[in-house]
Design a protein around this ligand. Sequence first.
Ligand code: 13P
Ligand code: SF4
Length: 332
Amino acid sequence: MLANPDYTPEVAVATARYYDHVKNVIPAVEWPVHAPYIAAINALKKERNAVVLAHNYMTPEIYHCVADITGDSLALARRAAQTDADVIVMAGVHFMAETAKLLNPGKTVLIPDMRAGCSLAESITAADIRTLREKHPGVPVVTYVNTSAEVKAESDICCTSGNAVAIVESLGCDEVIFLPDEYLANYVAQQTDVRIITWKGHCEVHERFTPQELEDYRASYDDLTIIAHPECPPDVLAVADFVGSTAQMSRFVETRRPKRVLMVTECSMSDNVAADVTDVDFIRPCNLCPHMKRITLAKIYESLENLEPRVEIDPKVAEKARRAVERMLEHG
Ligand code: 13P
Ligand code: SF4
């Protein structure tokens, strides 16, 4: 806990510019709760030579007010590989912190809550991959970054939702094993001639959307543009006007400026884009990721204060897993 979480006049001044940016997505009554932590975290980051990396699903008081680097999994991995900071705080889930640690073995990498997992990462083990390789000898394994370091270590190359098709095609093979997300794999299979062998992992947030729900929104709102993450089931993607990673969805709204948009993805993402893009009407069905929502300002403050909990990876596993991530990053 922060020793003095009071909303003092000094804190109000130090955080005013942040509130100005998020005032259309954070009610004024909540600001005195967030502001003391925002001021304290921003001061502590300087003391520790630390950076906060925040995924697009973080709440706006994290994403817009304490993060140094924001983005989708691909951008966070790229930027983690470039930082000069001594300490990296991952405001995201555990696999994202592991990826940052793989790329920065000598740095302190913190995850403010060790329990911030992912249903996709939970869906597959290293032993499962070894079994798949026995069943499909010689077929390369492309692994979504939403996996543990042990699973990455058994893989040929990683990918994210932002580069999955390009990575699959970069291998120059007729067939690849693509895991663990069955729906992302189906989506990739539609975009390429490469045959895709899938696994039955699902994202517990995106699999909850239904085509009927989206059709109902379309019937209720004029000029509604629906954009969806490829972790959604195929019948949901079929209803969408655009499909892309979280960064590609943000870019779509920023550049195309639809009159009204529904982002079929985790709930906080719409808030974060809405803080930047004030002339678009956001329709927000609210599916929250319980893992992402474990990360709070109070936990970020505590992890920076105590330099705990740290992400550590067995060096033998790390060496192999790093190769799979670096192969992806080399792809450009
Ligand atoms: P992105 O790489 O598109 O940000 O997706 C990560 C994720 O966890 C989506 O659920
Ligand atoms: Fe994992 Fe889904 Fe949460 Fe992303 S939204 S971290 S894929 S459970």
